[in-house]
Design a protein around this ligand. Structure first.
Ligand SMILES: [Fe+2]
Length: 180
């Protein structure tokens, strides 16, 4: 097992900056389009810069906010850092790239190889129910993206090869996803 489980985050969030206090008003489960709008709004505040983390040993991320309807993270990416393919169980996700470039990949049925696209600062991506993807660093000394999940990301499915077959490993939502 190469995953690492993070300790629970602090609660409440005494350091939630003034420009992000609107997050405390979130009172419903959101679908991907609304999550993208939320992620973009957070991006536009610039407050995400305080959540960047440059850790070369492993991919790292910081919790911005959570309540019973959502959890919101700033993910930092350095060269070589990737999630591997995974799903978000019952959660939907909205992604906004904050700085640098990341590459998102998708698997396909029928034996076709994965396809991917580069996302740059300002780009967004909806991850509706059932979404499977891989995210990795593409360019920029430190790339960063904001990921808003709803309902909170309590569980993920990490895809692995076992004896030539693909399996899905259920993992806690705060597992540090890795390619294998
Ligand atoms: Fe994901």
């Amino acid at each position: 097992m190469t995953t690492h489980t993070l300790p629970p985050p602090p609660w409440p969030f005494p350091t939630l900056p003034q420009e992000l206090r609107f997050l405390e008003d979130i009172d419903h489960v959101m679908e991907a389009p609304e999550l993208v709008r939320l992620a973009s709004r957070i991006r536009d505040t610039g407050a995400w810069r305080d959540y960047l983390v440059e850790r070369h040993e492993y991919r790292d991320y910081r919790l911005v906010f959570e309540n019973e309807y959502t959890d919101i993270w700033v993910l930092s990416w350095l060269p070589g850092q990737t999630t591997g393919f995974h799903d978000h169980d019952v959660s939907q996700v909205g992604i906004a790239v904050l700085q640098g470039e990341i590459r998102e990949s998708h698997m396909h049925m029928g034996g076709e190889p994965p396809t991917s696209h580069v996302m740059r600062a300002g780009d967004t991506q909806e991850g509706p129910y059932g979404y499977i993807h891989q995210v990795q660093h593409e360019d920029g000394a430190l790339a960063a993206s904001l990921h808003a999940y709803s309902p909170p990301l309590m569980r993920v499915g990490q895809y692995r090869e076992r004896d030539g077959r693909m399996i899905r490993l259920p993992e806690p939502g705060r597992t540090r996803l890795t390619p294998g």
